[in-house]
Ligand binder design. Sequence first.
Ligand SMILES: [Mg+2]
Length: 143
Amino acid sequence: MMNTCIHIEKKSQEEAYITSYRYMELKEEEEKVVDISLKELAKKLEDFAKARDWEKYHSPRNLLLAMVGEVGELSEIFQWRGEVEKGLPNWEESDKEHLGEELSDVLLYLVRLADICGIDLAQATTNKILKNSIKYPPNPLQS
Ligand SMILES: [Mg+2]
């Protein structure tokens, strides 16, 4: 029993090491990306789901609920902090990293949801900004 536990612990340490090594490799590759389109993100998410056979779970409803869950996680970061200054000057780097992760979770579910619904999010967003600019014209006194 003891040997089995040691073996399992050693194996999980090796797996953790391999996982963290692979994460660093992937992170280096991803850090080279300075800009990415919504279509490219949608394709990456589609490939990610296909590779794991998760497409069956990616219904519009499931994706929406998952996104709302991530919005909750994002909200928790700001909960009880009071008003926060732009640029987050007093935040720890680890808190900013966490914020980036939760913002990403929300965006990724949003992009996947739009893709699954057949919505071109880049076009829809551009159209919406145009509609908003007509609905809310700029203040002529402000320039
Ligand atoms: Mg999250």
